[in-house]
Design a protein around this ligand. Structure first.
Ligand SMILES: NC(=O)c1ccc[n+]([C@@H]2O[C@H](COP(=O)([O-])OP(=O)(O)OC[C@H]3O[C@@H](n4cnc5c(N)ncnc54)[C@H](O)[C@@H]3O)[C@@H](O)[C@H]2O)c1
Length: 417
């Protein structure tokens, strides 16, 4: 019956469900039963009062009774930060154990839905273990442990409940998720069912993204002020671009970025900030973060152990022959330095046609490029023990079907378990 629990309980009641709110805090239980919201939240008092008056919502501190009279438990206890930053789970463990014990004495199909924010892995290992110990049997027989992250914001929680970005349910199967999805029949939003780990991480990714957005805007604001520009206007115009900025563009985890503009322009902002003694903790960490993905890719290839590598895609993206600051050039440079024998397939790149700074860059970093480039995928496959797919040049053919050995795809292998 905290912020999430109270809003969820009142709105579920409003949508026709019969709801029992459970809390260890006797004052909160009494307040709910008196038709008063125990938290201050716009519009909640009215919804809660009406539901208590109608008999669809009541509260208790008796979890056993609540389990006996329900089919689904929506668990929304706190998961605060421990001193070391990790997720405190003992409150959730206690609740899951209480419900498990109640179900041991009263076996029936039941859904335990974790609405609290919880890192992936905790539900699937620790919570499952706690539940099975309390049940006295392995999960099954209609007892389902799943999750349903909450996206409401305090201050507009009731409105957000009815207009969430989407309804997200994490479960082992669509069938397990169905009862939870059905709870939201009155909510107009797209429904997504994923595995529980993905659902858990979506919530963390969203909150991290919100924090990153605020920090980004503040850092651009502080640079703008120092440069004599209007940071608010700058960010308004940044947001006007819904093609590349406020969009899916650049939001797919894969390999490091590169090219002739992004690294150069980030360096310029950071150099300016250093000169002005401005702290841009986020913007100054972008290039080192990018570099770490290059290192992860190198480690993955090195650890695999095979020294004959075929690389597909060398320019920083498909469709251009611009090799300046392409992370693939760094990749090849390091691999050859480690004694790997590398052949490269990239039809965008023809050494004889490279000009100006692009040619200068390659002369400095990969002077023997001409000997590494092959024009025919078959020649690459003939050479390679390991094939490394780097850019969408790889979409030309099915490399995994064509190559019997290891194929790494840097567009997904660094991000997908
Ligand atoms: N507050 C938000 O805006 C928000 C939004 C989305 C997700 N979340 C997540 O939802 C979860 C709950 O957050 P909150 O802000 O609602 O927390 P909260 O602290 O307001 O509420 C938690 C409630 O759980 C009760 N409780 C503690 N132990 C209990 C037990 N054994 N049995 C029954 N009740 C017990 C507490 O008395 C309290 O009323 C957290 O994981 C949080 O990260 C919060």
């Amino acid at each position: 019956m905290g912020y999430v629990g109270c809003v969820t309980a009142a709105c579920l009641g409003k949508d026709g469900h019969s709801v029992i709110g459970v809390d260890v805090d006797a004052d909160k239980v009494a307040e709910v039963n008196a038709g008063k919201a125990p938290i201050s939240e716009r519009g909640l008092d009215e919804v809660l009062q009406a539901q208590v008056a109608s008999g669809r919502l009541r509260a208790t501190s008796d979890a056993v009774l609540a389990v006996a009279e329900s089919d689904i438990a929506m668990i929304a206890v706190g998961t605060p930060s421990a001193d070391d930053g990790s997720v405190t789970i003992h409150i959730l463990e206690a609740v899951v154990a209480d419900i498990g014990k109640a179900l041991r004495d009263n076996p029936k199909p039941y859904h335990l839905v974790i609405r609290s924010t919880l890192l992936p892995g905790i539900l699937e290992t620790r919570m499952k273990e706690v539940l099975e110990a309390a049940l006295g049997r392995p999960l099954g027989d209609g007892v389902v442990l799943c999750n349903n992250p909450e996206f409401l914001r305090e201050g507009s929680a009731v409105k957000d409940y009815y207009h969430p970005p989407y309804v997200l349910v994490g479960a082992d199967s669509e069938a397990d998720a169905a009862a939870v999805v059905d709870l939201y029949h009155a909510v107009e939003a797209e429904r997504f069912v994923t595995d529980t780990r993905t659902a858990s991480l979506v919530k963390y990714a969203c909150n991290a993204f919100h924090a990153v957005k605020v920090t980004f805007a503040n850092e651009i604001g502080s640079v703008a002020k120092s440069m004599g520009a209007d940071g608010r206007k700058v960010m308004e115009l940044v947001c006007e671009d819904t093609k590349l900025n406020i969009s899916r563009a650049y939001m797919r985890p894969g390999f490091a970025f590169g090219g002739s503009c992004l690294p150069k322009d980030l360096r310029a902002i950071n150099r300016f900030a250093e000169h002005e003694a401005l702290r841009l903790n986020m913007l100054s960490s972008v290039l080192p973060s990018n570099e770490s993905h290059l290192k992860r890719a190198l480690k993955m290839i090195r650890d695999h152990g095979q020294k004959k590598v075929g690389l597909v895609g060398l320019s920083f993206k498909n469709g251009t022959d611009d090799l300046r600051e392409s992370p693939m050039v760094d990749l090849v440079e390091t691999l050859t330095g480690w004694g790997f024998s590398v052949k490269i397939y990239d039809p965008n790149v023809m050494v004889g046609r490279l000009r100006g700074r692009n040619l200068g860059y390659i002369d400095r970093h990969l002077p023997h490029l001409a000997q590494m480039l092959v024009t025919d995928p078959a020649a690459l496959l003939e050479h390679a023990e390991t094939v490394v797919l780097c850019t969408d040049v790889a979409d030309e053919q099915d490399w995994r079907a064509a190559h019997a050995g290891k194929v790494f795809d840097l567009r997904s292998d660094l991000a997908v378990a």
